[in-house]
Design a protein around this ligand. Structure first.
Ligand code: SDX
Length: 427
């Protein structure tokens, strides 16, 4: 542990304080670096940059550790529920029985959408990607809740947070229904958060829908695995959007847009598509060679991570969930066998060993979501549904941070220096 670091620049020594968290790497406080040196630091992709202080989630990438408010993800996945983890992320402590009941009933009371919002879907083509619909409809929530967009008001922040967590399943299920031409199914608040979502997604008005408790438990665990993950790209997007004072609905729409990318939340859809393209175990070596070929843009989707240089602990739980679900539902899927063999071959290949590339949360999630009945286009929608509580918790933390300022990075300029305008006749 050090207290200060010194930069030597042009004969001047500048000392900068080192800040220490409760666990994990220390940080060098360089907030005065430009003012004192006239130089910027340079860190595209923020590989060595801490953008904020947070008490929500801790990741040790080398050890494959993920803690939410100090609780290991494996223990939460085994013993908790998505509603309880949501309460934990928002409030900092596990709830008592009464606190959890109150939280669940509060969320349940906000599951319906304004009826006008349901007409927004009609503007999309039926074959629109559900993530495009999510970006549009979640952003449109800004137009419906003028009574709660004063982000300086803690009560407005609280009701907006609860509305977002409560309405995402309804919005997501409606996006799916719209894509298959079925009528929307309204929430049934006698069901659990996850059971309500399953019924809105797979239920039809013509028949009674019974929630399968095995599927409900598996999906609720998958939501837990996706709830929050430190300062990932979409969370950083939500924080940056929120730093300007934008309303929470617009900030979450920005997060959804970022999550959609195949390098981030879109990887679960891309990973299952890749497994289907590989098709059979004998074709795995060809794809592993493609992933290693610098001239081939192909990457093993669901593999590698900016932070985890060990096994993503969520992937471990996800793989277990596939095994349990397949056993309990008595189903098999040859794609799971391809995934297992691909993982085994990649983890024994020097390229993946040297670059510390392991399966991440997205590698197995598609297999289990497909087994539950979701089309691949819905996988990132489910990721967004679950990550909303993390985005909301991080947004609240940012707004409440006394050090919070509008995010405004600088650059290394490499464009033309000043030159005079030349009229078109002289060019
Ligand atoms: C998520 O940040 C989060 O926490 C995200 C997330 C969350 O919960 O919010 O965990 C969710 O987004 C998980 C990641 C899902 N994405 C994928 O599975 C897409 C495939 N993976 C990669 O594109 C990549 O691994 C990233 C984007 C995830 C991480 O990229 P980095 O940290 O910028 O690393 P890199 O691209 O610089 O790769 C390092 C090296 C490179 O080789 P060199 O240039 O050093 O020779 O590893 C290689 C890469 O070519 N590499 C891969 C690879 N991932 C990295 N090679 C083959 N297959 C891969 N999947």
């Amino acid at each position: 542990m050090v207290d200060q670091v010194t930069f030597k620049a042009g004969g001047n020594d500048r000392a900068y304080n080192v800040l220490t968290g409760s666990v994990g790497p220390q940080v060098v406080d360089i907030r005065k670096f430009y003012a004192e040196t006239g130089m910027f630091t340079f860190d595209p992709g923020f590989t060595s940059t801490a953008s904020c202080e947070s008490a929500l989630t801790y990741i040790d990438g080398d050890e494959g550790v993920l803690l939410h408010r100090g609780y290991p993800i494996g223990e939460l996945a085994e013993h908790s529920s998505f509603m309880e983890v949501s309460y934990l992320l928002l409030n900092g402590e596990l709830p008592s029985g009464a606190e959890l009941d109150t939280f669940k009933s509060t969320i349940t009371r906000h599951t319906m959408l304004h009826e006008q919002l349901m007409t927004f879907y009609r503007g999309f083509r039926r074959d629109a990607h559900p993530m495009a619909i999510m970006c549009g409809v979640v952003g449109a929530l800004s137009a419906f809740y003028h009574d709660s967009t004063d982000i300086a008001d803690p009560t407005h922040r609280k009701i907006s947070s609860h509305r977002l967590i409560a309405k995402m399943p309804t919005i997501a299920a409606a996006a799916y229904k719209y894509s298959i031409g079925q009528p929307f199914v309204y929430p049934d608040n006698s069901l659990s958060y996850t059971g309500n979502f399953l019924r809105m997604t797979f239920g039809v008005p013509a028949e009674k829908y019974e929630v399968n408790p095995i599927v409900e438990k598996a999906l609720d665990r998958i939501f837990i695995l996706h709830a929050d993950h430190e300062q990932n790209a979409s969370t950083s997007t939500v924080r940056l959007a929120g730093s300007s004072g934008a309303n929470p609905f617009a900030c979450m729409a920005a997060g959804i847009a970022c999550l959609w990318g195949p390098a981030h939340g879109g990887a679960n859809e891309a990973a299952l598509n890749m497994l289907h393209e590989i098709g059979t175990p004998d074709r795995i070596p060809h794809y592993i060679e493609r992933a290693k070929d610098k001239n081939d843009p192909f990457r093993l989707m669901g593999f590698g991570h900016r932070v985890y240089k060990n096994y993503d602990p969520r992937a471990t739980v996800m793989q277990q969930t596939v095994r349990e679900l397949f056993k309990e539902l008595k189903v098999t899927d040859p794609v799971f066998e391809v995934a297992l063999q691909l993982e085994d071959m990649a983890l024994n290949d020097p390229y993946f060993i040297e670059k510390k590339l392991f399966p991440n949360v997205d590698f197995y999630s598609g297999v289990v979501l497909s087994a539950i009945g979701f089309p691949t286009t819905m996988f990132t929608v489910l990721f967004a549904l679950a990550r909303t509580v993390g985005w909301v918790a991080q947004w609240n933390e940012m707004i409440s941070d006394p050090n919070q300022k509008i995010g405004r990075p600088r650059q290394l300029y490499t464009g033309p220096t000043q030159r005079d305008y030349v009229t078109v006749g002289k060019r």
